[in-house]
Design a binder for this molecule. Structure first.
Ligand SMILES: Nc1ncnc2c1ncn2[C@@H]1O[C@H](COP(=O)(O)OP(=O)(O)OP(=O)(O)O)[C@@H](O)[C@H]1O
Length: 220
């Protein structure tokens, strides 16, 4: 696989993500409390046993928290307050266990979907993105014909092309086999660092946390 990527020729204005005095409770009892600043290009890893609130934290950050929970605190990207914005206005990108490629779109269609509307040179950006992850010429392919690792790489590039301002990673490597997992860790963390994006990783795997290279928080 080719990992010489530099998708971000025009460097984005990178920002820090501040999870400020967050307290999420359920039925009047605190489930999790957190105060963290994630610097541009840094990955904060969150670990913890089942039920400790990892998914709840991701849901809060992304803007999907169930009304069953009560959240106090704020979320900022630099000076901009995010927690008062709906999910689609936060500019937060998500990467999951499953690549979740749109099955009715080609590989190229999936990548174009991530691109902001009304920008020029979409075709070239898609071509470059595929080249960067060793999938040159795959534009017209049906995603279902790709291996799990190839799909994961397309999902990563779709995410980056959408120019998120921060990224959440929910066990993104857990469905890959061991060799592929190591490759994807290198690819994902180098791309996030290159893009200068603050990221929060939820994982059960200490090797993911080591590869992420940033601070680690244990919930629960
Ligand atoms: N929509 C909801 N309504 C009420 N309680 C919920 C809801 N979603 C989760 N919970 C509860 O909140 C707590 C935290 O759940 P959460 O899914 O965040 O944990 P987790 O650390 O992600 O666990 P796992 O590692 O198993 O995914 C659990 O006690 C769970 O039962």
């Amino acid at each position: 696989m080719i990992v010489n990527a530099n998708l971000h020729t025009e460097r984005l204005h990178t920002q820090q993500l501040h999870i400020k005095q967050l307290n999420i409770s359920l039925h009047g009892e605190t489930l999790l409390a957190l105060d963290s600043v994630i610097q541009p290009g840094e990955v904060l890893t969150v670990m913890g046993p089942s039920g400790s609130g990892k998914s709840t934290l991701l849901a809060y950050l992304a803007g999907f928290l169930s009304p069953a929970f009560q959240a106090q605190g704020q979320l900022y990207l630099d000076e901009q307050r995010l927690d008062t914005l709906p999910a689609e206005k936060r500019g937060i990108g998500l990467l999951f266990q499953d690549p979740m490629l749109f099955p009715h779109l080609s590989v190229g269609g999936n990548l174009r979907f991530g691109l902001p509307r009304h920008i020029k040179g979409k075709r070239q950006q898609v071509t470059q993105a595929l080249e960067q992850v060793g999938l040159a010429g795959y534009e017209a392919r049906d995603p279902a014909t790709l291996s799990g690792g190839q799909q994961a790489r397309v999902a990563l590039m779709r995410l980056l092309l959408s120019k998120p301002r921060a990224v959440l990673l929910d066990e993104p490597f857990s469905k890959l086999d061991t060799a592929l997992r190591q490759e994807m860790r290198t690819l994902v963390f180098s791309q996030l660092s290159e893009a200068g994006l603050p990221a929060l990783l939820v994982t059960h795997d200490h090797a993911d946390a080591n590869a992420a290279g940033g601070p680690v928080i244990e919930l629960g």
